[in-house]
Design a protein around this ligand. Sequence first.
Ligand code: IMP
Length: 429
Amino acid sequence: MPAIIVIGGQWGDEGKGRVVDLIARKAHVVARYSGGNNAGHTVVNEFGESRLHLVPAGIFYPDKVCVIGNGVIIDPKVLLEEIDDLQSRGVTVEKLHISSRCQIIMPWHLMIDRLDEELRGKGAIGTTARGVGPCFADKVFRAGIRMADLIDPEAFRERLSFLLPYKNAVLEKLYGAEPLSFEEVFSTYSEYAAKIAPSVTETAELVQDALERGETVLLEGAQGTLLDLDAGTYEFVTSSTPSSMAAGAGVGIGIGPTQISKVVAVYKAYQTRVGNGPMPTELVGEEGDTLRERGHEYGATTGRPRRCGWFDAVASRYTARLNGLTGMVMTRLDVLDQYPSIKVCTAYRLDGKVTKTFPSNIRALLRVEPVYEELPGWQKETKQVRAFEDLPPQAKAYVQRIQELVGCPIDMVSVGPEREQAIIINPII
Ligand code: IMP
C-alpha cells in the first residue's frame, strides 16, 4: 500500500500523535517530515503519557521503522533527551532513522528566536522559542548546517568556522548580544553528533524501498495547515518548509505525489490556537476558560494556555480542500459532553456581507464575525463509546453536521486520550 499522510487541519495540537499511535499498528514505517521540536505530540498508551517533539509516534511499536525525514529540523540536544527519556521507560529506539539532510538548530537560532520576538514587541508572533523560524530561514538562505555536516568532524569544523563569525556579527551588531565561543559550540555539538551518528542514514531511500516492497508508510505531519507559511494566517504562522500541508509531505520525506494514496486531516471537535494571530471563533472570558479547563488545553511544548473557541467550519473547509483530503478524524468529542448546546461557525460576516471564503488578508480575518449555527448538546458521557451508532443522537448529529460543512467523510472520532478511546467509522489502514 502506498503512503498515507496524517496532517493537522487547524492550528496544530489536533491530536495527530494520538491518531498515529493508534493506526501505526497496521503500518510498517512511520515518518515525520516537517517542523521541529516546536511540535508536541501527546500519546497515551501502555508506556504512560509521552510528549514527542521529534520522534515519530510509531516508536512505541518495536517492529515499526521510524524515520525523521529531511524536512524536519533537529535540535540535537532535544533529540537526545527525548531518546533517553523513551529508553528509560522501556521503549526501544533501535529502529529510529534520521535523515542526513535534516537541518540542525544551532545555539544562535535559539538566541535569535528569542531576541527577534523581543524586537518585534507588540507584533511578536508568539513562537515556541525553539529556534525554528531562524533555522528554517537559514535553510532557505543557504546558511544552515545539515546532519551530514554535523556528523563529519572535518565538515563540521569547516562549516562552523565559516558560519560562526558571521552569526556572531549578527548577534553582536544587530541584537547587541554576546558572541558564541567556537570551541564551546564545536565541542558540545561534536558530542551530540557522535551519539546521533549511528542513526543517520539516507532515509529517502529507506522509505522508497519500503514502498517498493508494498509496505505501508505513515507520514506524520506537524503543526496544522492554518500555521502553514503559504496557506496559514501569515505572518502568525510557523516557518516549516516543506509545508504543514499535505503537498509538502513528499518533499519532506523524499517520495513523489504518485506514491500517496490517502490524506487524512485531524480536527478537534472545537478550535484551539497557541501564540498570536487571528482566530475568528475564539471565546474570551469565562466561556473560553471553561472550554480550556474541560479540554486541559495547555501547550504540550511550552505549557502556554491555548486559546479556545467553537469549531470553525469555514477555516476547516478551506484546509480540507487545500489538502485534498480523503478523510478526516475528529478528536476530543468527549470534551463537549457537558454542553447543553454547541455552536459551529458556518460562515463569516465581513463588512456587512456573509462569506464562506477564508480571507487571505490578515486585517480582514481580524474583522470577521462568525455566523453561528447552534446544535443541541448531548450532556452524556461519551468516553466509553466505541461504535458510532452507540453515540447519543445529538453527538451523532454534531459529527454528521461537521462532516457536511467541511465536505469530507469522518473516518474516526476520538473520545479520550488513550489509544483505544476511539470510534472507527472507516479504517484508515
Ligand atoms: P514557531 O514554530 O515556534 O516559530 O511558532 C510560530 C507559531 O506557530 C506560534 O504561534 C506557535 O505557537 C505556533 N506553533 C508552532 N508549532 C506548533 C505546534 O506544534 N502546535 C501548535 N502551535 C504551534
